[in-house]
Design a protein around this ligand. Sequence first.
Ligand SMILES: Cc1cc2nc3c(=O)[nH]c(=O)nc-3n(C[C@H](O)[C@H](O)[C@H](O)COP(=O)(O)O)c2cc1C
Length: 130
Amino acid sequence: MRALVVYESMYGNTQVTAGNIADGLRGDYEVTLVPLAEATAELVAGADLLVAGAPTHMHGLPSTSSRRMAAQAAAKEGSGLRMTPGARGPGMRDWLKDLGRRTAWPRPSTPGSTASPRSPAVPAAPSPSC
Ligand SMILES: Cc1cc2nc3c(=O)[nH]c(=O)nc-3n(C[C@H](O)[C@H](O)[C@H](O)COP(=O)(O)O)c2cc1C
């Protein structure tokens, strides 16, 4: 069984959490841990379990504006905040939207199999108003 752990992280906290989750899964799964920028459709299609994590920004998933705010906060002198190398990559919000739009993920072919492509489960997007 394969597990894919995907994370978005500005300052590294979610990255650490994702790493801990990946470590916890290793007894039962063959685990791949990647930042969003490296989470290809092929990796998703090959996973039996998908774990997706992102920081809470303004009570929800990071948005373009909250990601900008995070970068601005880190750029302030003396903030003590450091952006992770992948922080300027794609965001979980858009990645999940794209994931939901794809109805025909490529499935690893099995000889003799006629199984139709599957669509991964996508959690409901948080309310933008909270
Ligand atoms: C713009 C912005 C908005 C945030 N909004 C929330 C929030 O609504 N609730 C909360 O608990 N934390 C909030 N946080 C704190 C982050 O969730 C927290 O710092 C998190 O550990 C960052 O994860 P990261 O290091 O993976 O980027 C916010 C941080 C930023 C930069």
